[in-house]
Design a binder for this molecule. Structure first.
Ligand code: CMX
Length: 137
């Protein structure tokens, strides 16, 4: 059984081909980008800006044509790519979602940006929304 209130918005991710251009757009809204990192396992360069106390905006730029983010941009264009929730117990959330029939991407979590443990729920099982689930490292 999952505990109540143990899920919060960690980030909204936007796929872009030009990190600087996208940073400029969202800086114009007042966001401050303070963390850039390459996530080699996902073939992306990421840039984060905090929104409020807990949430962030994540910009995703593919570093390889094989990256799933590059394929997303080719097929659907730049724009919102996924939403990401964080929990204090990723194993429990994965178990609960699998029991309810959701299709998780990885058999066990991978390391993502900020060293977080991450998994994804396939958009085919969530009405078209790619959802990342994560736990702080
Ligand atoms: N949102 C909604 N739908 C998406 C999608 C997205 N981001 N990406 C792909 N889809 C759709 C496709 O359009 C396709 O739909 P149709 O069948 O109707 O054409 C369907 O999902 C299947 O897509 P696919 O490209 O054939 O790919 P797969 O089934 O192999 O699954 C996916 C792809 C989306 C789960 C995976 O490749 C993916 O995006 N993984 C996440 C990678 C990621 O975001 N990495 C960044 C992490 C950075 C960090 O650490 O924070």
């Amino acid at each position: 059984m999952l505990p109540d209130n143990d899920l919060w918005l960690d980030h909204i991710a936007v796929a872009t081909t030009d990190l600087k251009k996208s940073e400029k757009i969202f800086s114009d809204f007042g966001l401050k980008f303070n963390h850039r990192e390459e996530v080699a396992s996902e073939s992306v360069l990421v840039s984060f800006a905090p929104i409020g106390d807990r949430a962030n905006l994540e910009l995703l730029k593919p570093t390889s044509e094989k990256s799933s983010v590059a394929q997303f941009i080719t097929k659907r264009g730049e724009g919102i790519h996924h939403i990401a929730f964080m929990t204090s117990d990723l194993t429990a959330l994965e178990k609960s979602l699998r029991e309810k029939g959701y299709q998780l991407l990885y058999p066990s979590p991978k390391k993502g940006a900020h060293g977080k443990m991450i998994n994804f729920v396939h958009p085919k099982s969530t009405g078209g929304v790619l959802v990342e689930i994560s736990q702080k490292a």
